[in-house]
Write a protein that binds this ligand. Structure first.
Ligand SMILES: [Zn+2]
Length: 215
């Protein structure tokens, strides 16, 4: 039973890698995107408050996000391995994440950071299609959908994100590097950092990942 925190720039394929862990190693995939959507549908009061932020593409305040996560975690099987995806987005969330794990009686085994050169990130993202409903991503070259133009998981019509234009991608990558650097150094200090090169194929990244995680 492992508890892993995953992080990586968009285009690094972290969601695809976590999906493989879910399929092959029965991990629970825990992320805030699904939490906000599902709890909002369930008319959770905090989720309704959070909706005012995420529906406008704004950052949901840390306290609110983590208060929701405390409730959200109760839905997952505590005997399974847990994969947290991008739930620590700024350094101020680290103590909140520590507390969250403590409340769940778990200890973090690793912080996995996917690394990707800018040129490859650009190529990957500019050919990317995304499902606006479940946030699954597809790629013409690396990860095509089964039925062209429609999401494999939920059947929603896929779209190209407006912010997947090269200049916007460059800006996002810059922002990403700026915010992730202090997070990476914190987990490095704790001896939990695992860096994975995200430029090879999905299969070779997966092989490397399970080796490094000792699965
Ligand atoms: Zn979908």
């Amino acid at each position: 039973m492992k508890t892993i925190l995953f992080h990586g720039p968009s285009g690094s394929g972290k969601d695809t890698q976590v999906d493989l862990l879910v399929k092959k190693y029965a991990f629970e995939n825990i992320g805030t995107g699904e939490m906000f959507r599902v709890m909002y549908k369930d008319a959770d009061l905090e989720a309704i408050k959070a909706y005012q932020y995420w529906s406008k593409g704004r950052f949901v305040p840390n306290d609110l996000t983590y208060s929701m996560l405390n409730k959200w975690l109760k839905r997952f099987d505590s005997k399974k391995s847990w994969a947290f995806v991008s739930v620590v987005r700024d350094v101020g969330q680290i103590p909140l994440f520590d507390e969250l794990l403590e409340n769940s009686g778990r200890k973090l085994d690793a912080f996995v950071h996917f690394l990707l050169p800018e040129e490859i990130a650009l190529e990957r993202m500019s050919l990317r299609m995304v499902c606006s409903y479940c946030e699954s991503t597809y790629h013409e070259k690396y990860k095509p959908e089964a039925v062209k133009g429609y999401c494999d998981k939920c059947g929603t019509k896929l779209t190209h994100r407006e912010d997947d234009e090269p200049d916007k991608i460059r800006f996002r990558l810059q922002e990403y590097r700026r915010t992730v650097a202090p997070i990476v150094s914190k987990y490095k200090e704790r001896g939990l950092l695992i860096e994975i090169d995200a430029s090879p194929s999905i299969e070779s990244i997966h092989t490397e990942l399970i080796k490094r995680l000792g699965l």
